[in-house]
Design a protein around this ligand. Structure first.
Ligand SMILES: N[C@@H](CCC(=O)N[C@@H](CS)C(=O)NCC(=O)O)C(=O)O
Length: 270
């Protein structure tokens, strides 16, 4: 029996939803964890995921955490529609993409999300509620990052690091697929493409993709292909209509300042 604890507006949960769709797995039980209602801090959920994060998969009583590991696990569990390349070296290279997305890409997207949308949400909270929210968190680095993004906005060092990270990832994508291949690992869609997709969808929702990909035609082509993928559509990757509106409004307010920061970074690091 497969049970998934997740939240729709979570880029990490979307990775798993996309994997379930790619693999055509329909026999699973959903458990919604509403992050904005702080259900991730429920003591029962904390037993499954002590970091108070989604997603979490439970398979026949075994708990699997970490979105990319859950996707990898599901891929191994179900033979149909393999999401890994065939050679061991290619699998290792595929995992390098995912490792970078997990380690740096996630933090970058989360920082920019806080600078652009969650900042306003948190600033509108009563001081005491905001302090309680942060006090409930169990990962200190995450709290420090969020606080810096909320209080310093685009001037936060985490925002600059996000620009540097995604500049590096997009440059790598552009260079790898400039040989005309459809997907990162060749002609087969793999977990490398899939694990990046929800993160880039969020950047898109925040209105940052246009300026970022303006000088990267190959990456644009790859991104357009991802958005047409049935699993992307079925898993409803990216912000909901309502969120798209809020993100769009907030993103447009900041996009010029973002472009300046990015240009400054590119001029000094290229
Ligand atoms: N490395 C973890 C990160 C999970 C994570 O941070 N999930 C976010 C949603 S995308 C979360 O649960 N945040 C809890 C919160 O904001 O309090 C994974 O990939 O599963």
């Amino acid at each position: 029996m497969l049970e998934l604890y997740y939240f729709e507006n979570s880029i990490c949960s979307e990775r798993v939803l996309m994997t379930l769709s790619e693999k055509k797995i329909t026999d699973w039980t959903p458990h919604h964890i509403h992050l904005f209602k702080h259900e991730q801090f429920d003591p029962n959920y904390l037993k499954l995921n002590p970091k108070a994060q989604v997603p979490t998969l439970v398979h026949d009583g075994e708990v699997i955490r970490e979105s990319s590991l859950i996707c990898d696990y599901l891929d191994d569990l179900y033979p149909q529609q393999n999401l890994k390349p065939s050679s061991l070296s290619a699998i290792a290279q595929m995992r390098e993409w995912i490792k970078e997305a997990d380690e740096a890409g996630f933090e970058g997207v989360a920082s920019l999300s806080f600078v652009i949308i969650f900042r306003k949400k948190l600033m509108n909270m009563h001081d005491e509620d905001r302090a309680n929210y942060w006090a409930s968190q169990t990962v200190l680095e995450r709290t420090q990052r969020q606080q810096s993004c909320v209080f310093e906005g685009l001037n936060s060092p985490y925002a600059l690091r996000a620009i540097a990270t995604w500049e590096r990832i997009f440059k790598k994508i552009e260079s790898v697929i400039s040989d005309g291949r459809t997907w990162l690992m060749g002609e087969e869609f793999t977990l490398a493409d899939l694990n990046l997709a929800p993160f880039i969808a969020r950047l898109d929702g925040l209105q940052l993709i246009e300026p970022w990909l303006a000088d990267k035609p190959q990456t644009k082509r790859w991104w357009e292909n991802i958005k047409k993928r049935p699993s992307y559509l079925e898993a409803r990757v990216g912000p909901s209509d309502e969120e798209t509106e809020t993100m769009g409004i907030e993103g447009r307010k900041i996009v010029n300042a973002f472009k300046e920061k990015r240009a400054e970074y590119v001029a000094t690091h290229n």
